[in-house]
Design a protein around this ligand. Structure first.
Ligand code: 5AD
Ligand code: SF4
Length: 450
């Protein structure tokens, strides 16, 4: 049996797709080369914006139609956030689906498939009680891996569907996380990214679940302690984590980022808006000034730190003035990278009850303006790196031009360089930046530059 997993959405989805792939491979399934030779196709979905769902639904419609015509025995199923959000309505939207698996049921994919093969399609499992510790498998061969540490989300940002579809926050035991990292290093992984919606909340007491049970107590390892434990794993070269929140930028966390050698000078710190009234209505839990303080402390303690962010444009009631404040704030902080999203009302969230009063054209314009600012800003940031040394995790021949090699800096920038004798994939080397674009640093072996 050959399977294919197609992923939409965030890094957590990328991680979930990998974990279910590893699970299926352990059951004897083989990875298909593409859609044409797949007996089972699973689409992993995202609900964060309407467009992400529309894309997945469109793709599913095409796949089901193609399967009916050309691969009558093929099973097409869906997993993840959209399944959790839509439940049985999913099967009305896309008749012919084999199964749907929610965000808390992914480890039961092999069982669900079994039921489908027994003729029970469509099978829906949006139940909870999934065991996160059953989803720790990885597909071998990568230098860099994602590791879930905190599932779910306890924040209540007024625009966001994630808490509805991903459930309560749940910290995995620190020992399991460290074991997973150790195993990854054994498979050749050099860099891990620790994942959580609000990753710095890691280690708070877990909810007692199921109700009344004492077995599911808390794992109270504060996040900076977990970073120390992961940093101490022999052979790990780089540690990253995402996503951050200003409230988590405590002195302990900043110290851990400054002092732990493997922890990279890079943090994704979603800001969403640079205007206080908007932040308040988003219920983000910080003011512009609090965000500014967090960023300044990090920038002072971690020289060269690259901060990236998420911004929503066109949130209900966002005026031109609010938008201009966001624009100025992004410049003030000097974000190294920014993901800009047009606000999309998600039914069931508080903001969806408010008038979506910024027109789509205006959202598009604001999006474009911020993107152009960002390109200009990162060009300037990169220019300042010319003549400096960067540490590069070597990935091997570049995809575009195999005569050149590429890798990533600790700040997560793509670095392109001529192959260097004796330097292999997986090595970390110091290179000298010679020229830059907004997306790439071009570097040479530091010997030549020394
Ligand atoms: N509309 C637009 N963007 C959203 N995001 C989350 N919810 C919405 C929404 N309803 C963005 C936020 C978040 C990122 C993952 O997606 O910027 O940080
Ligand atoms: Fe990830 Fe959120 Fe999209 Fe779910 S809804 S896939 S958690 S971005």
């Amino acid at each position: 049996m050959k399977f294919l997993v197609i992923t939409y959405g965030c890094q957590m989805n990328v991680r979930d797709s990998e974990a279910v792939s590893a699970l299926l491979m352990r059951q004897g399934y083989v990875c298909a080369e593409g859609e044409a030779d797949a007996d089972v196709i699973v689409i992993n979905t995202c609900s964060v914006r309407g467009k992400a769902e529309a894309k997945a639904l469109g793709k599913l419609g095409l796949l089901v139609a193609d399967s009916r015509r050309n691969h009558p025995d093929r099973v097409v199923g869906v997993m993840g956030c959209m399944v959790q959000r839509l439940g049985p309505a999913l099967f009305e939207k896309v008749p012919g689906l084999g199964f749907g698996i929610g965000t808390q049921a992914m480890s039961r994919l092999p069982l669900v498939l079994q039921e489908v093969f027994e003729g029970k399609a469509p099978v829906l499992d949006v139940g909870d009680g999934d065991d996160a510790e059953a989803l720790t498998g990885h597909v071998e061969g990568h230098l860099s891996a994602f590791v879930n540490i905190l599932l779910g989300c306890d924040r209540r940002c007024t625009y966001c569907i994630v808490p509805h579809v991903r459930g309560r926050e749940w910290s995995r035991p620190a020992e399991s996380v460290v074991d997973e990292v150790r195993e990854l290093v054994g498979q050749g992984v050099r860099e891990v990214t620790l994942l959580g919606q609000s990753v710095m909340n890691y280690g708070r007491r877990n909810p007692v679940w199921p109700e009344g049970s004492t077995s599911a107590g808390g794992y109270e390892t504060p996040f900076p302690r977990l970073l120390e434990a992961v940093d101490a794993v022999v052979g790990i070269e780089r540690v990253r984590f995402t996503s951050g929140h200003p409230s988590g930028c405590t002195p302990e966390l900043v110290r851990a980022m400054a002092e732990l050698p493997t922890v990279c000078e890079h943090l994704h710190l979603p800001c969403q808006s640079g205007s206080d009234p908007i932040l308040e209505r988003m219920r983000r839990g910080y003011t512009v000034d609090q965000f500014r303080q967090a960023a300044r402390v990090l920038q002072a303690a971690v020289p060269g730190v690259a901060l990236s962010t998420d911004i929503i444009v066109g949130f209900p009631g966002e005026t031109e003035e609010d938008f201009e404040r966001t624009r100025a704030f992004m410049e003030e902080i000097g974000f190294d990278n920014a993901f800009i999203f047009k606000y999309s009302p998600r039914s069931g969230t508080p903001a969806a009850e408010w008038d979506d009063d910024v027109s789509d054209e205006e959202k598009m314009r604001r999006n474009q303006v911020l993107l152009e600012d960002q390109t200009r800003r990162v060009e300037a940031i990169n220019k300042a790196l010319v003549g400096q040394r960067v540490n590069v995790l070597v990935e091997g021949p570049s995809l575009r031009n195999a005569a050149r090699w590429s890798g990533r800096s600790r700040t997560n920038k793509v670095v392109v360089f001529e192959p260097i004798p004796g330097v292999e994939r997986g090595d970390c080397v110091e290179l000298l930046v010679e020229r830059v674009t907004a997306t790439t640093l071009y570097a040479v072996g530091s010997v030549r530059g020394a």
